[in-house]
Structure formats: structure tokens, C-alpha cells
Design a protein around this ligand. Structure first.
Ligand code: NAD
Length: 318
């Protein structure tokens, strides 16, 4: 019995590394796997790579039936996440919502017990409404996502929880903060790539630009570990889990963390055009109590240790 990890990018590769570290040989499914980049995160001999597409439901069923799959972690993503969804909403809606439904349906018909899906803590930030408190008859009672990407994440959380309630497929939705970490391939979202570019520029002696807004980050190793904790947990409780650093990082703190590694580094604080990295209504840090109590998630990396770990990795892997 093994785990099917769908999507082998920034997060999926870390999930595979954690599973392999626990003695499993996970099956990694992707439409266009970046084998070299994956191999820098997890030894390729420790995983089974297969080609498959969540928009083709039978390819998910084939993967499940062909590899005695007992659980699924679905991290497949439309390119550039929020940015990609804003420029091509139809593709993002199709992949994020129908792709996830295909995974849940495949689990339902084949009897896979648990599906863990990457959601996002944009659902804690990109929201309007939600002012109805406990009065459901009020039109403003429920928060409404303000980007296409967060709208798809709200949809998949609701659909997943209904698969859990009505169809017997246990569901967990993982609300990661903005993820950054080791990864040499294409992938991640705007913020992931801002950090990678900033680090690369500083390593080359060039100026780095970091976002002008306060951000809630999570290191990719913690995102992968938290996701596997949800796969293994005895009971999933309410099923939705914040997986972040549990701290909001203002730009000057991010700059200070980078200066701890590059004391002479030139750092400019300015949101790079088109990266959508400033969370517009970020007032508070996501609550971590449910993920701690239910799946035992606590971040191992804060902003300084995460950047130091990523720097060490980039020195070796470029
Ligand atoms: N990166 C972040 O900052 C961040 C933050 C919060 C949530 N998330 C969520 O985490 C998940 C993983 O994000 P990521 O940063 O690892 O993305 P990524 O782009 O690095 O990886 C996604 C992978 O999915 C694959 N894929 C795309 N379409 C597919 C399909 N139809 N079938 C199978 N595979 C397909 C891609 O080839 C890619 O390898 C996504 O759901 C994303 O929304 C990411």
C-alpha cells in the first residue's frame, strides 16, 4: 500500500521527500514532471514517477489501481497560482475545481480512504463579507473570495468536505501560507518566485527586491511535513488546516533575515510588478491551534532559519 502524490512541483516534491523518509516509495504523478528538479529534492530511486492528468479522471483511476494506492495527496496546480488564475480564470477553475473533483470521484469509486488536498491560506486573507457573525440569513454572513484562485480554493474545500460527509472519502484541505523553498524548476506562485529571485540576486551580488506588504509564509519543508501529518492523522476533525510559519513577516523583518545571510546585500522593498504578493486585507496571522491539536503541526522553520536552509541548498544546487 502506498501514497499517490499528484503534482510534483515545489510542494509535491517535498511531500514525496517526507514520505520517502518514512520508508514509503510514493507514486508521483504529474503531466509534465521536471525530473531533474525533483531529483534534487528526493532521490528518484525512492519514488515511482508516472505520467497522469487530473483532467482525465481515468488516468487517476489507472494510477490508483496500478499501484495499490491507499491514500492520495493532491498538489497539482495551474501555473503561477493566483497570478495565473487572474489572467486565465477558465483554466484555473477547470483544473482546481474539476481536477479536484476528478481526484475525489476516483477515490470514491475505487475505495481510497483519504484524500489530502492543497488549499491555501489566501482563504484567510483574500475575502470580503463574512460580517453576519452567527446570522446565516444575512447576505453578508459568509465570506466571499476576492480572487479567482481563492474562489476555487473555497469551492474545493466545500466539495471535499461534502465528499467526506456523504461519500465516505476522508478529506483534508491544507491552507498553506505563501510557500518558498528549495526548487530549481518552474512552479510555485508569485511570492515563491520573489524569494527565489531575491536569494539568487543576492548570491550573485545583485540587488534584491522584496515585497512591500506583510506576508504570511511557510517553508516548503514544513508544508510537505504538515501535509503528510494530515495523511497520517487518526482523526481529521473539521478537516481544514492552516499550515504556516505562524507569524506575519513585515518587509523590514524579511530584509533583516536576508541581511543576516548577506550583510553587504542590497535590498529594495517594493512589490515587483504583477506578482500579487501583498495581501490586501491581512490584519492578523492565521490561527494555528486546530492544526496543532488535530494533526500535530507546528512549523519547524521561522523566516530566518528557512532562508538560511534555502541558501545552503542553493549553494549546492544552484
Ligand atoms: N506555492 C505557494 O505559494 C502556495 C501557497 C498556498 C497554496 N499552494 C497550493 O499548493 C499546491 C502546490 O503548489 P506548488 O507551488 O507546488 O505548485 P507547482 O506549480 O510548483 O506544482 C504543481 C505541479 O502540478 C502539475 N500539474 C499541473 N496540471 C496537472 C494535471 N492536470 N495533472 C497532474 N499534474 C498537474 C504541474 O506540472 C506541477 O508539477 C497548489 O494547489 C497550490 O495552489 C501553493
Amino acid at each position: 500500500m502506498t501514497t499517490l502524490v499528484i503534482g510534483a512541483g515545489l510542494v509535491g516534491s517535498q511531500v514525496a521527500r517526507v514520505l520517502a523518509g518514512q520508508g514509503e516509495k510514493p507514486v508521483l504523478m504529474d503531466t509534465s514532471a521536471q525530473t531533474q528538479a525533483i531529483g534534487q529534492i528526493v532521490p528518484l530511486e525512492d519514488v515511482t514517477m508516472i505520467s497522469g492528468d487530473i483532467l482525465r479522471p481515468l488516468s487517476v483511476v489507472k494510477a490508483i489501481n496500478g499501484h495499490e494506492i491507499s491514500g492520495i495527496i493532491h498538489t497539482a496546480a495551474n501555473p503561477m497560482l493566483t497570478l495565473g488564475a487572474q489572467t486565465d480564470p477558465y483554466s484555473a477553475i477547470n483544473l482546481n475545481i474539476m481536477g479536484t473533483v476528478n481526484v475525489l470521484e476516483a477515490a470514491r469509486v475505487t475505495g481510497v480512504r483519504r484524500v489530502v488536498v492543497s488549499s491555501s491560506n489566501v482563504l484567510n486573507h483574500y475575502l470580503a463579507g463574512g460580517n453576519g457573525q452567527t446570522e446565516p440569513m444575512n447576505e453578508e454572513a459568509y465570506p466571499r473570495p476576492t480572487t479567482f484562485y481563492s474562489a476555487t480554493k473555497q469551492a474545493i474545500e466545500s466539495l471535499g468536505l461534502n465528499y467526506s460527509k456523504w461519500c465516505g472519502v476522508e478529506f483534508a484541505g491544507m491552507r498553506y501560507g505563501a510557500v518558498f523553498g528549495p526548487w530549481s524548476g518552474a512552479g510555485g506562485g508569485g511570492p515563491s518566485n520573489v524569494i527565489r529571485t531575491a536569494m539568487r540576486n543576492l548570491m550573485n551580488g545583485d540587488e534584491a527586491t522584496i515585497p512591500a506588504g506583510t506576508m504570511e509564509w511557510v517553508y516548503s519543508k514544513d508544508a510537505g511535513r504538515g501535509t503528510v501529518l494530515a495523511l497520517r492523522a487518526n482523526d481529521l476533525g473539521t478537516g481544514i488546516f492552516n499550515v504556516t510559519m505562524k507569524q506575519a513577516t513585515p518587509p523590514d523583518e524579511l530584509a533583516a533575515a536576508l541581511r543576516a545571510i548577506f550583510p553587504e546585500g542590497k535590498i529594495r522593498i517594493e512589490t515587483p510588478k504583477g506578482t500579487a504578493v501583498s495581501l490586501p486585507n491581512m490584519r492578523r496571522t492565521s490561527d494555528g491551534s486546530i492544526s496543532k491539536a488535530t494533526i500535530g503541526y507546528e512549523p519547524e522553520f521561522d523566516i530566518r532559519s528557512a532562508l538560511a536552509d534555502m541558501h545552503a541548498w542553493m549553494k549546492v544546487n544552484g
